[in-house]
Design a protein around this ligand. Structure first.
Ligand code: ISL
Ligand code: CA
Length: 559
């Protein structure tokens, strides 16, 4: 008995503004560029747009280093442009959620400049300043983008904490003034009429007393200490009480390293914290024992089933709600990673879309996913801009055993695969810009682009459109209870969804073979209706036994 909420019924579209659409020829996407494409978004049928950070930023980490939370980045436009965007979306019935990055600010934020100015500054305690230990950093924590999470300030002879780049100092959430500043800023945006927040690494905001050393690698040292810290739920409850609960909005927290049990503490209905979290277990499925930049692990379909099913069952049991995604601005393109970006690109893109839109939860589409955009064949590290890839490259070379080997890893994992410009048409620079694009355009834009997708009835785009319509039409797609079938099958991922006396049957072939599907005998029905498939299917055909085609997906409604 799942409660009904608008954000459960919504489909979200994520926009990385820098790479979406450039209207003034400076090679950088902008807010006017999104306004220009508002009809396109409406045509796709999405309900909510999530904007990656568009605030003032020196762009050390493309907007995740914020120097002014209450102004728009010069590259992207002005606050007036932003107001115009909000209106353009709202006019079309599309909601807008903004990225909230409050684990850290930019080192160019006024708070940090004051904090750094002197040990006696009123702002000193807005961040984590600590003396070193005999010339070494205060503890062994690592940074996602550097070896150590500490940077030494010569002038005041102390170190400050930064879990990300040294231009992203961590805010000290123990300080009630910091929390008040954040809540005021959130209220300011909500009063402008936004419809919610996506909260960056929100499970890292509480650091344990004494900042003790943590476990060493394979990932970032100290991860066990700074995720899901001791006061994180206290802070989120306070934020909910003071801000979130005053509005009808949606919230989704980004939470690396959470299990469903921990996840439920953030999103359980009686918890009064957030609506959803982005979990990472399924996108870490191919991360081997040496961490994200080590050797790539072959993933098994049965592992994916286990992870996804666990989240499906446990969120339902614990009154939580799933967010559904296979890629975003930090992840490689899903069709390259979980599908096939060559011969079966369209089929596999549609199959994965079917998966995301038929699980229980809220689906998130990352820009370009709806036309089946793929990873980019970066040849040279010079073509890569992403701070994470670039800063880790020396280490990658060392563990991979050479430059070419390291580039193989980059070609598999870099965040820049998601950040190449949106492919609008087959003209120069894929129609993204008339200038020099800030990041290389994927050379396959002549074939994969929005214009050709809109002309082609069988395109990935039109399939997404159909899936989104189906979710509007059939509440069972949103609320139906999930149950895995054929658990051990290595090629087919199949499940049912049940709501009252209705049932859906979803059958997905995850590979390029032609496996045989055998309907489990416990599934009984008198009538079946095919709701969607990525192949031409004879609707009268019996589904007791049949051969699936490569990457085939079918959704049946059973009665
Ligand atoms: O997956 C990751 C760990 O290796 C990183 O890509 C990522 O830094 C992590 O998931 C946290 O991501 C978020 O916060 C970062 C920012 O760089 C990412 O773009 C953002 O999504 C710091 O603000
Ligand atoms: Ca521009």
């Amino acid at each position: 008995n799942v409660s009904k909420e608008w954000w459960k019924e919504a489909v979200v579209y994520q926009i990385y503004t820098r790479s979406f659409n450039d209207t003034n020829g400076d090679g950088i996407g902008d807010l006017q560029g999104i306004i220009e494409k508002a009809d396109y978004l409406n045509k796709l049928g999405i309900d909510v747009v999530w904007l990656n950070p568009v605030y003032q930023s020196p762009n050390d980490d493309n907007g995740y280093d914020i120097s002014d939370y209450q102004d728009i980045m010069d590259d992207f436009g002005t606050l007036e442009d932003w107001e115009e965007l909000l209106e353009a979306l709202h006019q079309r019935g599309i909601k807008l959620i903004m990225d909230l990055v409050v684990n850290h600010t930019s080192d160019e934020h006024e708070w940090f400049l004051k904090s750094k100015s002197s040990k006696d500054s009123d702002y000193r305690d807005y961040y984590y300043w600590r003396p070193g230990q005999d010339g070494n950093p205060p503890n062994n924590w690592g940074s996602f983008f550097d070896d150590t999470a500490w940077d030494y300030d010569e002038a005041t002879e102390e170190y400050y904490l930064h879990l990300f780049s040294k231009k992203q100092p961590d805010l000290n959430w123990r300080n009630p003034e910091v929390r008040e500043e954040v809540y005021e800023m959130m209220t300011w945006w909500l009063d402008k009429g936004i419809d919610g927040f996506r909260m960056d690494v929100i499970n890292m905001i509480s650091k344990p007393d004494g900042l003790p050393d943590g476990e060493e690698g394979p990932g970032v040292n100290g991860f066990d200490q700074f995720v899901n810290g001791p006061r994180v739920h206290e802070y989120l409850k306070e934020m909910n009480q003071e801000v979130l609960s005053n509005y009808d909005i949606m919230t989704v927290g980004e939470t690396p390293g959470v299990s469903p049990k921990e996840g439920a503490k953030y999103v359980g209905e009686d918890r009064d914290e957030l609506n959803m979290v982005f979990q990472f277990e399924h996108v870490d499925i191919d991360v081997g024992p040496d961490g994200k930049w080590g050797k790539i692990d072959e993933w098994q379909l049965t592992d994916l089933k286990e992870i996804m099913s666990k989240w499906q069952y446990e969120m339902e049991e614990r009154d939580g709600w799933n967010s559904l995604y296979l890629n975003n601005h930090d992840q490689p393109r899903m069709v390259s990673r979980f599908g096939d970006d060559e011969e079966y690109r369209r089929e596999s893109a549609k199959m994965l879309a079917t998966f995301l839109h038929t699980l229980q939860g809220t689906p998130y589409i990352y820009q370009g996913e709806e036309i089946g955009m793929t990873n980019c064949p970066f040849q040279d590290i010079e073509e890569v801009d992403d701070i994470e890839t670039v800063n880790n490259f020396e280490d990658i070379k060392e563990s991979a055993g050479g430059y070419e080997e390291a580039m193989e890893v980059v070609r598999y994992r870099s965040r820049d695969h998601a950040r190449t410009p949106m492919q609008w048409n087959d003209s120069q620079n894929a129609g993204f810009t008339t200038g020099e694009p800030w990041l290389k355009v994927n050379p396959n834009y002549t074939e994969i682009n929005v214009e050709s997708a809109l002309e082609d009835e069988e395109s990935v785009f039109h399939y997404y459109q159909q899936l989104i319509e189906l979710r509007d039409q059939y509440p069972i797609l949103v609320y139906g209870q999930y149950e895995l079938i054929l658990d051990d099958d290595q090629e087919i991922y199949a499940y049912t969804r049940t709501l009252e006396d209705e049932q859906l049957l979803v059958i997905l072939n995850f590979f390029d073979g032609e496996p045989e599907f055998d309907l489990p005998s416990e599934i009984e029905f008198e009538e079946k209706e095919l709701l969607i498939s990525n192949y031409d299917v004879d609707e009268a055909e019996s589904i007791e036994h049949f051969l699936l085609q490569p990457y085939e997906a079918r959704v049946y409604k059973l009665k």
